[in-house]
Design a protein around this ligand. Structure first.
Ligand code: FCB
Length: 454
């Protein structure tokens, strides 16, 4: 027993991080195009103008996936590539690109998973207030319709939003992602409500215009805390530490699970959050929560790390300090494999939807070795440990539907630029040469054995 026979083994990317061709074929600007031109925003002034040049090299990239035996590919669509102004006129060349990509995937027997929004908001819509604008949910629905009408004859899996925690939190509250603003809690809560409404309208639009049966999901993130023992008290403390809202309002308020996922799966905001934010809440119109909670088919969760939790004598969570020298990634994210057991378990117990890990992986200081290969034992070890925990979740009856490794390629890692390498394929940015890393071949054998070797 372990992963089911139809378990989906995939890799993930996002448009701005890999496509490049930022000013080509009629694409409009996104907030990331503009943000990266501002001084001191991104490590060493890097930007996504060329990135991995995937826009021109997608066929080669599909072949790489094929070579590694990848079964599914999660990619995102650049909204301004398809609708340069965000709404209105469709850019035929932009839409054609995704059409050709989907054809290439299907020909290679790789199932496409389309994310509609992975942070590259059209700059023209930003100028009109972006997610603050009450029209933003209908803008997103219009964009959804264009994509679904064109691709849903072949694409059967859609994900509305990637990590609202990050694009609202980092982008509009903490100011370290595009568009780099530090707005009030009142404003960011209003944006969050519009994003949730946009999700709901998008789900309705997908169902209405899809050509055939499709599955719809949502891909949030969060710290997947885990208990330090199997003691009931520790388990409950860990659960609470994931699902309780913080006790006070902080600049990073968006970094939580329930403010986003409770409305979507349960149709209401969490009570403790409503209490916490009572003086700053947006207007919640009648019918809003019903739109937001349109039934969806799966929960995608991006899981990278979590904190170890112990219960104190009152059952409250204490975060255990990590020992000196505990393992961490190149980005200094703590390596905590148990997040991939307890995260899916807690989420499944709460929301009762099949779970996909829509992202998991790490950055390493990868180099091309003297033998011309890229040896990344740290990545293999990380993935091995995390996937073993995920397998344990499957064995314990958690409905785990799939796993998308982040990422297919080394790519533009937001404010870290190209300094961080997350790929199972190395990209030499000087000449765009790709080299499958050792971890890519290792992942191939995991897929071939459906996780037996873990
Ligand atoms: C996630 C993002 C993804 C990538 C990974 C490392 O938060 O969704 O685009 O940057 O982190």
């Amino acid at each position: 027993m372990g992963f089911s026979n139809n378990f989906v083994w995939g890799v993930a990317t996002s448009s701005y991080q890999i496509e490049g061709a930022a000013y080509e074929d009629g694409k409009g600007l996104s907030i990331w195009d503009v943000y990266c031109t501002q001084p001191d925003r991104i490590f060493e002034g890097h930007h996504g103008e060329v990135a991995c040049d995937h826009y021109h090299r997608y066929k080669e990239d599909v072949q790489l996936m094929k070579e590694m035996g990848i079964k599914a590919y999660r990619f995102s669509i650049s909204w301004p590539r398809v609708l340069p102004k965000g709404i209105g006129e469709v850019n035929k060349a932009g839409l054609d690109f995704y059409d050709k990509l989907v054809d290439a995937l299907i020909e290679a027997n790789i199932e496409p998973y389309v994310t509609l929004f992975h942070w590259d908001l059209p700059y023209e819509l930003h100028k009109r207030g972006g997610w603050m604008n009450p029209d933003s949910p209908s803008w997103f629905a219009e964009y959804t319709k264009v994509v679904v009408e064109r691709l849903s004859d072949r694409v059967k899996n859609f994900i509305t939003f990637n990590e609202p925690q990050c694009f609202i939190g980092f982008g509009y509250s903490q100011g370290r992602h595009a568009p780099g603003l530090k707005q009030s809690v009142r404003d960011t809560l209003a944006m969050a409500h519009n994003v949730l409404l946009a999700h709901g309208y998008s789900v309705k639009t997908i169902r209405k215009y899809a050509k055939g049966e499709v599955k719809i999901g949502f891909a949030p993130t969060g710290s997947m805390n885990y208990p330090c023992s199997e003691r009931k008290e520790d388990i409950e403390a860990a659960r609470h530490s994931i699902f309780d809202m913080p006790k006070e309002i902080r600049e990073d308020w968006a970094w939580n699970v329930t403010w986003w996922s409770d409305p979507i799966f349960w149709g209401h905001y969490p009570q403790d959050g409503l209490k916490l934010f009572k003086d700053y809440l947006p207007k919640i119109n009648e019918g809003d929560m019903e739109i937001i909670s349109q039934p969806i088919d799966f929960l995608g969760q991006n899981i990278y790390t979590g904190k170890e939790v112990k219960a104190d004598e009152n059952g409250e969570a204490i975060y255990l300090t990590r020992n000196e020298g505990s393992p961490k990634t190149a980005l200094s994210w703590p390596i905590t494999p148990k997040a991939l057991y307890w995260g899916p378990r807690f989420l499944y117990e709460r929301y009762k939807k099949p779970i996909y890990i829509t992202e998991n992986g790490l950055s390493c200081h990868d180099v091309i070795s003297v033998d011309g290969q890229v040896h990344d034992p740290n990545r293999i070890d990380f993935l091995h440990r995390y996937l073993r925990e995920f397998k344990r979740a499957a064995e314990d009856g958690i409905e785990v539907a799939g796993y998308f490794q982040w990422s297919l390629l080394d790519n533009f890692e937001w404010h870290s630029g190209y300094a961080e390498r997350f790929g199972i394929v190395f990209v030499d940015y000087q000449n765009q040469k790709r080299i499958i890393k050792d971890s890519g071949y290792w992942y191939k054998s995991v897929i071939e054995t459906n996780g037996e070797i873990l």
